[in-house]
Design a protein around this ligand. Sequence first.
Ligand SMILES: [Zn+2]
Length: 109
Amino acid sequence: MNVIIKTGFESVKHTISFQPQTMLKGNKLVLAGHVRNVEELRTNRNSYLIRATIIRQTSVTLTPYKTSLNIDNARIVTGVKCSCVYNQSGKCKHVAALICNFQAALGKI
Ligand SMILES: [Zn+2]
């Protein structure tokens, strides 16, 4: 059975080596309320994908970025995607923001 969860998220773990500034910028996006429409996709009780739209810091009118995290059963991030142009490395501030958003939900920043 497929379920989409939109609230009450548990935190995720990751092994991505973000630049410290990237985490700070991501956190700012979260605090500014730029992380929107967060959804967690679950099938047979296993979450496998988290996705969100992230409003651009430089323009609230341009199309927001679409960012997603693949997670495994232990809620460890196994893959990331972002539609921004900075994401060749998979370490952009939007991915950082989405991860921060999940930690912020538990007050762990
Ligand atoms: Zn990005």
